[in-house]
Design a protein around this ligand. Sequence first.
Ligand code: SF4
Length: 261
Amino acid sequence: MDLEKTLLRKVGEAISRYDMIRDGDRVAVGLSGGKDSVTLLEALLLLQKRAPIDFSVCAFTIEQGKFLKPIAPFKEYLAGRGVEWTYYHDNASFDLLEEEPDHGCDKCSRYRRRAVYEVVRGMGAKVIAFGHTADDFCESFLRNALFNGRLSALPPITYSSQKDFRIIRPLVFVTEDITTAYAGHLTAPVIPCGCSQKTGTVRRSLRDYFTEMEKDYPQLKQSMLSAMGNVELHRLLDPRYQDPEKSPFKKEKDVLFPVLG
Ligand code: SF4
């Protein structure tokens, strides 16, 4: 189907551009219960059959007490797909939830990260794949620029602080209209997380902003993704990139008079 072709083309492009998966890798996919991570899992299983390299795929889910429905149906689905899955009930996160019900995302993510490394190490994998989509990259880019005073989004590929895990986000070029449509064709259960229902958050506002703007400018996210891959450092304000002697950008006149020069 065309949708599948589009999905695989975009995931394949990300994997190859950033050298995300290498021969012999064991890739552990973080299944969050939503449409994005299950789409990522299916895309990797399909690419595994076609890729010129050998790699294996397994999956894990960290239970932090925020799923709105039991996650158990995943077990049957993944067994049917022949995917090894570890479901980890993170006691520390449950304690946190009880002691500090309003703890923020930072703390929650820190607890999750610790659990993820423990689980993935136990599964014998060194590569962790997360289902962050193009929408997440665009939102993160805007959030950092508008609220945190930084020009940055998410890394498509990075390493854990001890360098023992490579962390990849192969859906960087895949927008959520694709994951929604693709997951809709699967028999996979979708288990919502309580946090995804929250209103009045910056995330929700940015999502609403994109939805509104995309009515008139449907290529908006595409353009933002291109922008993130096409940085003109000398036209920003960071002094580290303004010294013409050290600048990788041509002559000074190109910098000062880019339009007229
Ligand atoms: S949105 Fe919810 S689950 Fe996600 S990091 Fe924040 S508190 Fe945790």
